[in-house]
Design a protein around this ligand. Sequence first.
Ligand SMILES: [Zn+2]
Ligand SMILES: [Zn+2]
Length: 392
Amino acid sequence: MIDFINEAQALFETTRALRRDFHRHPELGFNEFRTAGIVTRELNDLGLEVSTGIGKTGVVALLEGARPGPVVLARFDMDALPILEETAAEYASQNPGVMHACGHDGHTAIGLTVARILGAHREELGGTVKFVFQPAEEGLGGAEAMLADGVLENPRPDYSLALHLWNDQPLGWLGVTPGPAMAASDRFQVTLTGRGGHGASPHLSVDPIVAGAQVISSIQSIVSRNVPPLKSAVITVGSVMGGDAFNVIPQSVEMSGTIRSFEPDIRSLVIKRLTDCVTHVAQAYNCQAEIEIWQVTPAVVNDPFTANKVKQVAAELFPACEIDEKEQTMGSEDMAYMMSEIPGCYFFVGSANSEKSLDAPHHHPRFDIDEQALPVAVALMSASIVAILNGG
Ligand SMILES: [Zn+2]
Ligand SMILES: [Zn+2]
């Protein structure tokens, strides 16, 4: 029996040093050349079979156990965000305007330590671990790029695992939710075209600003009146652009926004109602409407069997921790692409500590984690992989 907690603690300094190094040198999506280089070197040093350039800057490594068994994919994201860091940490970003403000520096370090621990216990493993270090998770299509390069083939995984350090919750909290955990994300763009004119003669124009205001109001009724009250959805209009002068009715107004949902039927209901509201309200105000909707990411839906395994492992390893089976977020994750093909579990590891002022939200310029969450995540990921390999 591997003592995952002690091994993760013994490697804490190593994990933290890696995390701090990645934090000092953040790289944007598909530009993780330095990060991927370190990942490749570390995995090669461990004697794993490493493939690089999978999805541009992605790295994949195989660890073969001593006995046959299932293939478990473990995915860790590597990219940073275009944010100017405002922490005073001694390991703050040395790349101005780019920051690890989501915790992917931690994820990459966690993945390398998991590989180190499991690599030392090959003899006790039945099956194969496929380590996936993914680029460009932050909305740039890193998972899809890796899929296009065959990340799910040779060998095809039977199960998939991923995690997120989670600053919405304190250190000591673990989130393992069977079923939907993160939302599907869709993007929409609406253009309303009227007829521009003098602000003093609205009767001679067709005002797309008034039509736009009505469109924005009317789509608020989709979540409140069409989505069943016990289901979830979000529609946010995030940008509205129209007009240049106070006394001119513009020719057109453009708006864009995001739709979030968990279930496919709610997702299509919202898309249909959004299209109806935009088209018919625009028509009522004599405007032409163009609407485009891009389905960006499916929902992250945890497979009940895999989630249950992770939950059991968590309860055994961390009897004092709170294990939350209800954590859901309307945030989205492109791991959903891998998990819609390979059953899996995406779990959360609480990483905030308000006493140390380490509780800024993800994507905030002062985001930082309590690094004690690193060994917790390492132990839980390593133990979950082994539980699935040896019992799955
Ligand atoms: Zn993020
Ligand atoms: Zn993230």
